[in-house]
Design a binder for this molecule. Structure first.
Ligand SMILES: [Zn+2]
Length: 309
């Protein structure tokens, strides 16, 4: 038997016959203010980090780096302007490197009252057993505190990957919610492998990752999607999710949606969402706090019911 086949066979025999996510199903908590559904409005500020994380020597490829540099020069400020015009507050997941390299950009986000959350330091995807995993998280915390005075409540994994070591680390560091997993349309609480409750998950879907629709570049010749296609995907996903009583989570990159054509599209989508009148648009900190309140209420009611039965 070839070596790789043998290794695969050994691994498959060790693989547990159980789902990776053993958390109870997401509770159907009502949305506040009579809304039927929610929208976690969030942005991922990577700046140059995704462009050289796989190959740090690319830092000297100045035009490649300039794709990410657009965020600090133009994109973030234009998105902040849009959010001011629409009267919306959002969460900005920022890599520590982006804050160190572009402190004025990060300070502008904070000044406008948006939530700043953790998005790693160099944008290294968390993988089990990776020797950089802890440093990537620790250094992100350090930069947020030292540069901005921020102790983050939220975390989104670079490239949206996770592992048990990371889940335990985030909980121990005081993170309240993660927004990386793709397996629900409602918030839920993680269950760690040791059986203890983990942090809250505000799940994401690739539907609202604008990088997939709006960026075409030298390393991926994928064409950009026209606005009608993107709007039709975004609206359909929103309407159906709202009807299910769920939430959508945007994963918007200023180097993509801070571009003029894309910003126009985003403005139209946000105005459409607001016009529905029954979707709660909020930053992650507010959605997580609402979940915690509902959870505490449910626990209290459960205890009262048990006491009377
Ligand atoms: Zn990112």
């Amino acid at each position: 038997m070839p070596e790789t086949d043998a290794a695969n066979r050994a691994w498959t025999e060790r693989m547990p016959l159980a789902s990776v996510n053993r958390a109870p199903l997401a509770p159907h908590f009502p949305w506040p203010y009579g809304n039927k559904g929610g929208m976690f409005l969030s942005f991922d500020v990577d700046a140059e980090t995704p462009w050289n994380v796989a190959d740090p020597s690319r830092y000297k490829e100045l035009v490649a780096m300039s794709y990410g540099g657009f965020e600090a020069r133009v994109g973030v400020e234009k998105l902040l302007e849009l959010l001011r015009q629409e009267g919306l507050k959002a969460t900005f997941f920022m890599t520590g490197w982006s804050i160190e390299a572009h402190p004025a950009m990060a300070e502008a986000v904070l000044r406008d009252g948006h939530e700043i959350a953790h998005h790693g330091f160099w944008h290294i995807m968390p993988k089990p057993g990776d020797s950089m995993l802890v440093e990537e998280v620790e250094r992100g915390f350090d930069t947020l505190k030292r540069r901005l005075g921020v102790v983050p409540l939220g975390y989104r994994a670079p490239n949206g990957e996770s592992c048990e070591e990371l889940r335990v680390l985030l909980k121990n560091k005081g993170i309240v919610y993660s927004s990386s997993w793709r397996d629900d349309v409602r918030p839920y609480r993680h269950l760690l492998d040791d059986g203890t409750p983990g942090i809250i998950e505000l799940p994401v879907t690739m539907t609202y990752d604008d990088w997939l629709f709006g960026l075409s570049h030298r390393y991926s010749p994928r064409p950009m999607f026209p606005r009608e296609w993107v709007l039709s995907i975004w609206k359909d996903e929103l309407l159906e999710t709202r009807d299910w009583g769920g939430m959508v989570t945007t994963v918007i990159h200023p180097q993509c949606s801070g571009r003029p054509m894309r910003l126009r599209l985003l403005r139209e989508f946000l105005q459409f969402t607001k016009s529905l009148g029954d979707v709660w648009i909020a930053p992650g900190r507010d959605i997580a706090a609402h979940f915690q309140r509902c959870e505490a209420e449910a626990a209290k009611n459960g205890a009262a019911k048990n006491a009377t039965s």
